[in-house]
Write a protein that binds this ligand. Structure first.
Ligand code: HEM
Length: 136
């Protein structure tokens, strides 16, 4: 039975994925690189033209992405955006576009030197969202 002087574990001494990723600082940097990669990605960047062209809208998306990753990995944030189904309904996003976006995120995690285990853990959390995002 392991205890440590922190509440950042599930009672088993294992830090949350949020902490293993490096906390809000690394999550923010990964999100910025991810958005840079998406904007450079000819497969999907037209999807984000209106967002990138509006500073306020881009900041909202950035904040929502950071909160979503922070909250989803056990960090102290609250996601305040729409559900994935609400946010993507009407866009008719294809499975190929979803894969392209996930590859842009994986490249951002590599760029920020996030370790393989943490990279895979985060991608594993996001992958099931495909059913609420693709073909809606
Ligand atoms: C696991 C994959 C994905 C996640 C976690 C994700 C996450 C999000 C989040 C958090 C928002 C903001 C919702 C809000 O503001 O209330 C959003 C909006 C959006 N997403 Fe996704 N998304 C994913 C996949 C995709 C894909 C594959 C595309 C298109 C290729 C896409 C295109 C968009 C667009 C265009 C918006 C609207 C941005 C705006 O409001 O200006 N998303 N997404």
């Amino acid at each position: 039975f392991t205890t440590r002087c922190t509440d950042d574990n599930k009672g088993n001494g294992e830090p949350t994925l949020y902490t293993r990723l490096g906390g809000i600082d690394v999550i923010s940097k990964v999100t910025d690189k991810f958005l840079t990669n998406v904007v450079a990605d000819d497969m999907i960047n037209t999807r984000f033209e209106a967002t990138v062209g509006n500073h306020y809208r881009l900041q909202v998306l950035r904040n929502n992405l950071i909160d979503q990753i922070c909250a989803g990995t056990g960090g102290p944030c609250q996601y305040k955006g729409q559900t994935m189904l609400e946010a993507h309904t009407g866009m008719k996003i294809s499975a190929a576009e979803f894969s392209a976006l996930m590859a842009d995120l994986a490249a951002a995690l590599d760029f920020c030197e996030v370790a393989e285990r943490e990279k895979n853990d985060l991608l594993t959390i996001l992958t099931p969202m495909e059913s609420d995002i693709v073909d809606k």
